[in-house]
Design a protein around this ligand. Structure first.
Ligand SMILES: Cc1cc2nc3c(=O)[nH]c(=O)nc-3n(C[C@H](O)[C@H](O)[C@H](O)COP(=O)(O)O)c2cc1C
Length: 224
């Protein structure tokens, strides 16, 4: 079945190399305005997003790099997955880790290369724009769901404008550094960063697409 929207959704994958080319603000505004049509519980629209480019972007990157290099223990405001994962989900995350390292030609035992790989997060993969998504600190589980709809709309909207993105828990894992940089109070919870920019089409990493489970693995039909 040929459908432009389904194609756009299916073809969105994380981009981790970007062109050094500014993204016009009007494009970002158009995407963020459209994204706010996401559903939310009783239309509470809890999402907040800081859009950093130029000096504020560079300074946040420098602070995160400093924290990372100093070996500061990451301290996120929330868990991005259960501490005890189901075996199937745990296997998928392990498989993802193996695949991404293999794709980049990094040996599992090469700790220095793996560190450089993680460090790229804090350079925002060279993206000229870094978005920081945050929520009120008293967010309930459903509030995260609301933000998830919004963030997916943002990523699909960016794709529709020819832009690439990568959501980043890694950035949120230095929550207090991010909070300080954005002058947010303790009443804000840092949820995720997102690297945004024009896609470097020749960078091999941008061809990395982790596989998905077959439909039968995640859908049950009840129709008779
Ligand atoms: C909430 C969230 C946080 C993520 N954090 C990171 C991150 O810190 N660094 C990164 O490289 N990718 C991050 N990702 C991207 C996932 O690894 C990616 O979505 C997943 O492997 C599937 O790949 P695809 O989106 O390219 O299809 C994150 C994704 C989500 C949804």
């Amino acid at each position: 079945m040929q459908n432009d929207v389904l194609d756009l959704i299916a073809k969105r994958h994380c981009k981790r190399a970007f062109l050094n080319k500014p993204v016009p603000r009007h494009l970002l505004e158009a995407v963020l305005r459209a994204a706010a049509n996401a559903p939310s519980s009783q239309n509470n629209q809890p999402w907040r997003v800081a859009v950093l480019s130029g000096k504020p972007r560079d300074e946040l990157s420098a602070k995160l790099i400093r924290a990372f290099e100093a070996g500061e223990p990451p301290q996120a405001d929330y868990l991005n997955r259960p501490q005890q994962m189901d075996a199937l989900l745990a296997a998928r995350t392990q498989e993802y880790g193996k695949r991404v390292l293999a794709f980049k030609g990094i040996l599992r035992e090469d700790q220095e290369a793996r560190r450089r790989h993680r460090r790229e997060n804090f350079l925002f993969f060279g993206a000229p724009v870094e978005m920081i998504f945050h929520l009120p600190a008293n967010a309930a589980q459903g509030t995260f769901l609301d933000l998830g709809f919004f963030m997916q709309n943002v990523m699909i909207g960016l794709s529709a404008c020819g832009l690439g993105s990568c959501p980043q828990y890694s950035v949120a894992s230095y929550a207090s550094t991010v909070r300080d940089h954005l002058c947010l109070g303790e009443d804000a919870m840092v949820i995720a960063g997102m690297a945004v920019g024009y896609i470097d089409l020749v960078a091999p990493i941008n061809r990395f697409v982790p596989p998905r489970a077959d439909l039968e693995e995640y859908v049950a039909w009840f129709d008779q």
